[in-house]
Design a protein around this ligand. Structure first.
Ligand SMILES: Cc1cc2nc3c(=O)[nH]c(=O)nc-3n(C[C@H](O)[C@H](O)[C@H](O)COP(=O)(O)OP(=O)(O)OC[C@H]3O[C@@H](n4cnc5c(N)ncnc54)[C@H](O)[C@@H]3O)c2cc1C
Length: 371
C-alpha cells in the first residue's frame, strides 16, 4: 500500500485551490482526481468573482464572499508568480439588471435584507432606476427597469484559472493523479485507507473536495454533505471588439472577446444536454438588456451541474469522529478560490479549522432536523 501525508480527493477548482494553498504552506499533498468525462462544475462556470446578493439569510456567507473577493488580487498575483499565467482578473464593479419593476423591487428587498442581516458590513450597493441605469450605460435597452450596482464584483478567465492552479501545483511539486477515482474510504488507526480501481493508499489526513461525490464520501468518515444538483446553461458568442462597458451576472465579455450569456438555474438534472428553449430565453433576456447583442452569433453552448449544498451556503468541516478528515463543498468555487487557497488551506495544514468557519459546518442541518 502506498503512503501519503495528506491526500485531496478531487482536483476541480476547490481541490486545486486547497492543494495550491497547502503547497504554499509547506505541505505537498497528493491529489487524486477523477477522469476527463466527469461532470466537473469547474469546466462549466461563468467566471464571476461575485459578491452582490450573496448570503441572503446567511450573513456569514455574505461576509465570507466579500472577504474572498478582497483577497482575489493577492491570489491572482501569487498564482501568476507560481504558474506564469495571468488569469485576467478584473474587479471594476457590476450591474444586475431588472426587466420589470417587480424584479427590481425583489432585488432591492434582498439587498436591503443582506445589509440589515450583516449590520451594514456587507459590500455597499446602489439601486438605480431605468433612467439612472441608462445614464451610466447608454447601451442598455428600454426594457431595463433598473439595476443594482456594486463596486466589488469582478470576473476572471475561468479556464485559465483552472489551468493556472494546476500548473502552479505541478511547479510546487504536488503529485496530481488523474483517473484515480476513490471508491471507498476506511478510517484506520494511523489515517485513512483510500481505495479505487487498482490502487490503495494510506493517508494520514484527507480532504474531501470531490464536488457532487462529496455527498457519497462524507459519511465514510463521519461527516455529512447534503447536496442538490442545479443545472446551468451558458451561451458564448463569436468574438468581437470590447463593447460591453460593464459586467453583469448573466452577460459578460471575456478578455478573449466572446460574450458569455448565462446562466440558467434548472432543477431537472436528468440530462447534461443543453436545451434550445433555455438558450432562447437566455438570448432574449440578454438582447433586451443590450440590444446590440442581436447582431452577434452564438457559437457555443454548454451546461454544467452546480455543486450546491442544501441551503446554498458552503460546507467546511473537520470530522469529530475521525480526526484528520476535512470536507470542503461549495458553489461559487471561483469567487471563494482566494479564501480556499489563502485561508482554509493553511488551517487544514495546521490540522484545525478556525472558529470563523464553525457556522459553515454541516452540523447546521442536523440542528435544524432536531428542532
Ligand atoms: C453553469 C455554472 C456557472 C457557474 N458560475 C460560477 C461563477 O460565475 N462564479 C463562481 O464562483 N462559481 C461559479 N460556478 C460554480 C463553480 O464552478 C463551482 O463552485 C466549482 O467549480 C466547484 O468545484 P469543485 O472542485 O467542488 O467541483 P468539480 O468541478 O465538480 O470537481 C470535482 C472533482 O472531483 C473529482 N472527483 C469526483 N469524485 C471523485 C472521487 N470519488 N475520487 C476522486 N476524484 C473525484 C472529479 O473528477 C472532479 O475533478 C458555476 C457553476 C456552474 C455549473
Amino acid at each position: 500500500m502506498q503512503d501519503a501525508e495528506l491526500t485531496i480527493i478531487g482536483g476541480g477548482l476547490v481541490g486545486a485551490s486547497i492543494a495550491w494553498g497547502l503547497s504554499r504552506s509547506g505541505v505537498k499533498p497528493l491529489v487524486l482526481d477523477g477522469s476527463d468525462l466527469d461532470l466537473r462544475a469547474s469546466r462549466a462556470n461563468f467566471g464571476l468573482v461575485w459578491v452582490q446578493g450573496k448570503g441572503l439569510h446567511a450573513p456569514d456567507y455574505a461576509l465570507w464572499s466579500d472577504s474572498s473577493a478582497k483577497m482575489w488580487p493577492a491570489m491572482a498575483a501569487a498564482l501568476c508568480d507560481d504558474s506564469g499565467i495571468d488569469v485576467g482578473l478584473v474587479q471594476q464593479g457590476a450591474f444586475t439588471f431588472a426587466l420589470s419593476h417587480e424584479e427590481l423591487e425583489a432585488m432591492r428587498a434582498d439587498m436591503e435584507c443582506i445589509a440589515f442581516e450583516t449590520a451594514g458590513r456587507a459590500a455597499a450597493f446602489e439601486m438605480l432606476n431605468g433612467c439612472q441605469t441608462r445614464e451610466r450605460l447608454p447601451q442598455v435597452g428600454p426594457d431595463v427597469a433598473g439595476s443594482v450596482y456594486s463596486r466589488v464584483d469582478g470576473h476572471v478567465n475561468a479556464l485559465r484559472l483552472f489551468h493556472a492552479l494546476h500548473a502552479a501545483l505541478t511547479r510546487r511539486g504536488v503529485s496530481y493523479r488523474p483517473n484515480h477515482r476513490v471508491d471507498a474510504i476506511e478510517p484506520a488507526s494511523d489515517g485513512f485507507i483510500l481505495t479505487g480501481n487498482g490502487f490503495s493508499i494510506l493517508s494520514r489526513k484527507i480532504v474531501l473536495a470531490a464536488g457532487l461525490d462529496n455527498e457519497r464520501l462524507a459519511p465514510m468518515v463521519g461527516l455529512s454533505c447534503p447536496l442538490k444538483r442545479s443545472k446551468g446553461q451558458i451561451l458564448v458568442t463569436e468574438k468581437c471588439k470590447p463593447f460591453l462597458p460593464c459586467l453583469s451576472p448573466t452577460i459578460r465579455q471575456t478578455d478573449e472577446g466572446g460574450i458569455m450569456i448565462g446562466d440558467s438555474e434548472e432543477t431537472d438534472t436528468t440530462s447534461i444536454a443543453s436545451s434550445s428553449d433555455i438558450s432562447a430565453v437566455l438570448a432574449s433576456r440578454a438582447i433586451r438588456v443590450f440590444p446590440a447583442l442581436a447582431d452577434l452569433s452564438v457559437v457555443r453552448s454548454w451546461t454544467g451541474f452546480r455543486v450546491k449544498t442544501a441551503d446554498g451556503v458552503p460546507i467546511y468541516d473537520h470530522s469529530a469522529r475521525h480526526h484528520g478528515a476535512f470536507l470542503v463543498a461549495c458553489h461559487s468555487g471561483v469567487t471563494l478560490a482566494a479564501n480556499h487557497a489563502l485561508v482554509v488551506a493553511p488551517q487544514i495544514a495546521a490540522s484545525e479549522l478556525s472558529d470563523e468557519l464553525s457556522s459553515f459546518s454541516a452540523r447546521r442541518f442536523h440542528a435544524e432536523e432536531i428542532a
